[in-house]
Ligand binder design. Structure first.
Ligand SMILES: [Zn+2]
Length: 85
């Protein structure tokens, strides 16, 4: 699928996935069973008064809370979907 350059940021470009430290420990130690971190993680993300927070639903813990420092960074909520052939 050819995507115009100006929309290429809408494709998956994650280089370092966010993970819960406790989930990562459980996957690494084998305590979670034979699962990948991607399958084991149960993250929720959302905007807060401070910025954007990622929350582990499995452990009910903060993963990261990004402080926008009162700014409103650009965000693109458009999505690209593949057309059926
Ligand atoms: Zn967790």
């Amino acid at each position: 699928m050819a995507v115009p350059f100006e929309m290429s940021h809408l494709l998956r470009s994650i280089r370092e996935p966010l993970v819960c430290a406790k989930c990562a420990d459980e996957v690494a130690s084998g305590a979670a069973g034979a699962v990948s971190m991607r399958d084991y993680g149960q993250l929720e993300a959302g905007f807060t008064d401070r910025g954007l927070q990622v929350w582990c639903l499995r452990h009910d813990l903060n993963v990261v809370h990004v402080d926008f420092a009162g700014e409103r960074p650009q965000a693109d909520f458009r999505c690209l979907e593949r057309r059926p052939n």
